[in-house]
Design a protein around this ligand. Structure first.
Ligand code: SF4
Ligand code: F3S
Length: 106
């Protein structure tokens, strides 16, 4: 399955959502996750994210491995999102920031 990683935190551009053929994105307060049981590995969401937050689980950067578990767990708790929305208000500022894991609101 594909995985949303740390870069999405406090940005949530949502461009990824509108292209997913199986509606497997789920939305939290300041992050999205992919339901690994729904994802069909098509990969079309990857180039849609303006900050490159989505990876194949098999190609995850080593410091993002934690996000496999985070996506799987939060996909069971958060509602499905099927349409793109406005990014979060400070998305452009947060897009430049590394190490945002601590800000992920569950
Ligand atoms: Fe949806 Fe395809 Fe992205 Fe999986 S890889 S989340 S099925 S768009
Ligand atoms: Fe997040 Fe990128 Fe989608 S910032 S909401 S993974 S377009």
């Amino acid at each position: 399955a594909f995985v949303v990683t740390e870069a999405c935190v406090r940005c949530k551009y949502t461009d990824c959502v509108s292209v997913c053929p199986v509606d497997c994105f789920h939305e939290g307060p300041n992050f999205l996750v992919i339901d690994p049981d729904g994802c069909i590995d098509c990969g079309v969401c990857v180039p849609e994210c303006p900050i490159g937050a989505i990876f194949d689980a098999a190609d995850l950067p080593p410091d993002q491995l934690e996000f496999i578990e985070i996506n799987a767990r939060l996909a069971t708790e958060w509602p499905v999102i099927t349409d793109a929305r406005e990014p979060l208000p400070d998305a452009e500022t947060w897009a430049e920031v590394k190490d945002k894991r601590e800000f992920l609101e569950e």
